[in-house]
Design a protein around this ligand. Structure first.
Ligand SMILES: *Cc1c(COP(=O)(O)O)cnc(C)c1O
Length: 436
């Protein structure tokens, strides 16, 4: 009998999913059935049986104000009734212009132009293209791109090329362009790195980095003062500085942008994830006038030939405007500060456990390694913790043996306690009691 894919109501959503879906970052051989989510509210996800899960990773780091926020939903709805989409070359619209007008003064630097795309990877692609063509348009010969080991900037080819080589990129390694990898700066290596920048500076087009927190690379924190010193040397060489704040933007690190921890400013900044409160796909690449000016010309070849069908989608821009409204309210700032304080306190609770290594926190992000098996994404302890957490009504997704907790800012004190209790339960289960 022929399978009727269009009258599938007799089968569970999980079964139907198994027939037609290819999930991201998922080995489908032997994979656990996905959980059908029917509803979200604040920090909670509801499955089809009514069971709830605390979204302890903000749905892959995008959600900041909670799920199905009525204010953002209303703004998207109103915009959908007015104008859902229009080509963004030759046309403009209020949500795109207003978002740029509101965003630019908030950004950590002298940014004056917004280029829209669809997600974090495209925001990075655009930034790289801007930087390369910036030099090309001026007849320059700077070719090198400077990036940090352990960085992650996305999954498209350009974004992969500027990311740490490893498990995620191995299958494509011969197709990635070469970049210059250096270690993240620290008081120990800063003199070496500054000397390197002085030596190779005239060949370097741009430097791209995740300020203070390398997220997908293992929630690694590094030193702001050393980064400032490195950026100073980089800027002295005229190298374009690109801050990837796709994750760190919009309050994640305790300040509105991680760049606010630094004195040195970037020439280009990439934003996505929390930009729309995690509701719609949107990317922003903002630049300074210096960068924009290098593309102004009577020569058509100096145009930035880049654009996506859904560039500056009005619904996504409206969602971003609504999310900004919420972010700028004082109570949102208070929530972020409260999460940060509680994370810091919790570090003291977990540090005595011998199985815990390098417990750390920055703003709303808490992370630590479990001393078990090999370090890295393939360590299966992460999957065990995900499974155990689901049983406890919590969604956690460690990066291998790196466990992290990164909630939406609206998470309640009680929900935070539940997650902390679960984490302690894991430590006891995998290692026994703390050293006293
Ligand atoms: C997630 C992430 C990206 C990629 O964003 P996508 O929207 O997943 O393409 C880029 N840079 C950083 C720092 C990220 O955390």
């Amino acid at each position: 009998m022929e399978r009727d894919t269009f009258a599938p109501m007799d089968r569970s959503l999980t079964e139907r999913d198994r027939q037609v879906i290819w999930h991201p970052y998922t080995q489908h051989k032997g994979f656990l059935p996905p959980i059908p989510v029917v509803k979200g509210k604040d920090s909670l996800l509801f499955d089809d049986t009514g069971k709830t899960y605390i979204d302890a990773i903000s749905s892959w780091w995008v959600n900041i104000h909670g799920h199905a926020h009525p204010y953002i939903a209303e703004k998207i709805y109103q915009q959908a009734l007015q104008l859902e989409h229009v080509i963004f070359t030759g046309f403009t619209h209020e949500p795109a212009v207003k978002l740029a007008e509101r965003l630019l003064p908030l950004l950590p630097g002298d940014f004056s132009r917004v280029f829209y795309s669809d997600n974090g990877s495209t925001a990075v692609e655009v930034a790289i293209k801007m930087a390369i063509q910036y030099w090309g348009n001026q007849g320059g010969h700077r070719k090198k791109i400077l990036v940090f080991h352990h960085s992650y900037h996305g999954d498209t080819f350009g974004a992969m090329s500027v990311s740490e080589r490893g498990l995620f990129t191995d299958a494509f390694r011969e197709y990635l362009f070469e970049v210059r990898f250096i270690d993240t700066p620290s008081p120990e290596n800063i003199d070496y790195l500054r000397a390197l920048v002085q030596k190779e500076g005239p060949e370097i087009a741009c430097m791209l980095y995740e300020p203070l927190l390398q997220a997908a690379g293992g929630m690694r924190l590094y030193d702001a003062a050393s980064l400032d010193l490195l950026l100073e040397a980089v800027r002295q060489q005229g190298i374009l500085v690109i801050a990837d704040e796709v994750l760190t933007g919009f309050g994640r690190t305790g300040k509105r942008f991680a760049g606010e921890y630094l004195h040195q400013k970037a020439d280009i900044i990439c934003l996505s994830k929390g930009l729309t409160g995690g509701t719609m796909a949107l990317g922003v690449t903002a630049s300074t006038e210096r960068v924009f000016d290098a593309f102004l010309s009577d020569d058509k070849r100096k145009t930035l030939f880049h654009g996506h069908s859904f560039t500056a989608n009005p619904l996504a821009c409206s969602a971003a405007l609504a999310s900004l409204d919420l972010l700028l309210q004082p109570d949102c700032q208070d929530r972020i500060a409260r999460i940060a304080r509680r994370h810091t306190d919790f570090l003291e609770t977990i540090r005595p456990y011998p199985i815990v290594r390098d417990a750390r926190a920055l703003g709303t992000v808490l992370a630590f390694e479990l001393n078990t098996g090999d370090d890295g994404y393939t360590n299966s302890i992460g999957q065990q913790i995900t499974a155990a957490a689901l049983g406890a009504g919590i969604y956690l997704r460690p990066l291998g043996n790196t466990v992290y907790f990164m909630p939406p800012y609206c998470i309640t004190q009680k929900e935070m306690d539940q997650v902390y209790d679960f984490l302690v339960h894991c430590l006891v289960r995998y290692s026994g009691n703390p050293v006293t």
